[in-house]
Ligand binder design. Structure first.
Ligand SMILES: *Cc1c(COP(=O)(O)O)cnc(C)c1O
Length: 364
């Protein structure tokens, strides 16, 4: 029996206990076929059920209409940074890249290999607080093939909660750290992608939800494994898929449905993040620098006002079983990633620890 810890890792992140137990129970003899799930063909009828179910659960959870198709890709979200311009650049050879932080900026840098993207920085730093330009004020270009943005910046803990409403513009969203965390209207998007290791399962697999009308014969230089139409035509099996990751994703999706679907997670994630932000805002030793309108419900970043306390915080929290709270190196400080699998109990343990720590160290 493993020792119980609370895992606040940003990704790969914790998975639900129920899912881990089911994997363990079935690992050596999956569904009584006498072999492990990782030992069978992706083209077998046994694996076929996993494919069908994962699509079915996603369609139900996100209310995806048949105007869209779901592709299961490899290479993480980073491969999509290349696949998107390769597949979607069209008459203008140019796209709008909204820059709200590390990941959206890096998507733009990759797109530079294929076009000269319009770099649209929407971050403002007012008196030490980060605010984002409202979506309705984004300076979108008429002469661009699509707009790319990231609704949840995993590293900075910045979120865009509004939904896009751009006329005649293809909208692409990097949902890697937020898919299934809250309600979204799929119809507002043309392409949504998410690598699994934040909120959906283990690393290796990336979900792409794309409008079917965008599937077209691509330029001859596009690598086949990044070609959406080829991936679609081969049922996401142009090359051997990451079968184990796909299997675990299907279990996480089933678990998500049984928990009560997105309605449940949206409420729970709001409550969890709200309690943490309250603790930070009401304290004299912690602070968060993101405007309340743009705070992430998944990745809660915070700093100690006295940076010398950072390492002590990390050491003491680690000893208390609250693990992986170190902020990403590009922003420093601390970060609690509280994806769907993180329970309210875990968040309350962290809050209790933060309050005790504050009581002890507020004078230092
Ligand atoms: C983690 C992350 C990525 C990178 O994902 P990989 O699977 O490592 O390529 C991209 N975008 C966002 C928003 C992320 O959180």
């Amino acid at each position: 029996m493993k020792k119980k810890i609370y895992n606040f890792s940003a990704g790969p992140a914790m998975l639900p206990d129920e899912v881990l137990k089911e994997i363990k129970k079935n690992f050596l003899n999956w569904n009584n076929i006498g072999a492990s799930i990782i030992e069978i063909s992706h083209r077998s009828k046994e694996f076929y059920n996993i494919i069908v179910n994962s699509k079915k659960y996603l369609n139900e959870l996100l209310n995806i209409s048949d105007k869209y198709t779901i592709l299961f890709c490899q290479g993480g979200a980073r491969a999509q940074f290349s696949a998107i311009p390769m597949n979607l650049l069209d008459q203008f050879h140019c796209a709008d890249y909204i820059d709200s932080g590390y990941w959206s900026y890096n998507a733009m840098i990759e797109a530079k290999k294929y076009c000269v993207p319009n770099h649209i920085n929407i971050k403002k730093n007012t008196d030490g607080q980060i605010t984002l330009l409202k979506m309705e004020d984004w300076p979108i270009n008429i002469n661009s093939d699509y707009i790319h943005y990231c609704p949840n910046e995993t590293i900075e803990g910045i979120a865009i909660h509004e939904e896009p409403n751009f006329k005649n513009k293809i909208v692409v969203g990097d949902f890697s750290s937020t898919l299934l965390s809250r309600k979204i209207n799929i119809e507002k998007y043309d392409l949504i992608y998410a690598s699994a290791q934040k909120n959906l399962g283990p690393s290796g697999i990336t979900i792409v939800i794309i409008k079917k009308k965008l599937l077209k014969n691509s330029y001859p230089f596009v690598p086949s494994i990044l070609d959406y139409k080829k991936i679609f035509d081969s049922d996401s099996m142009f090359n051997t898929p990451v079968t184990f990751s796909w299997y675990v994703v299907s279990l996480v999706l089933k678990w998500a449905k049984n928990q009560g679907g997105i309605d449940f997670f949206e409420k729970n994630n709001y409550r969890k993040s709200h309690l943490l932000y309250q603790t930070i805002d009401n304290s004299t030793i912690y602070m968060n620098t993101v405007h309340p309108n743009n705070r992430s419900h998944m990745n809660i970043t915070f700093h100690l006002r006295n940076p010398n306390l950072n390492d002590i915080f990390l050491q003491k929290s680690h000893e208390a079983g609250l693990k992986f709270l170190k902020g990403h190196k590009v922003v420093g400080g601390l970060r609690a990633s509280i994806y769907n699998s993180m329970t309210m109990t875990g968040v309350k343990k962290l809050i209790q620890f933060m309050k005790n720590f504050e009581f002890k160290f507020k004078r230092i």
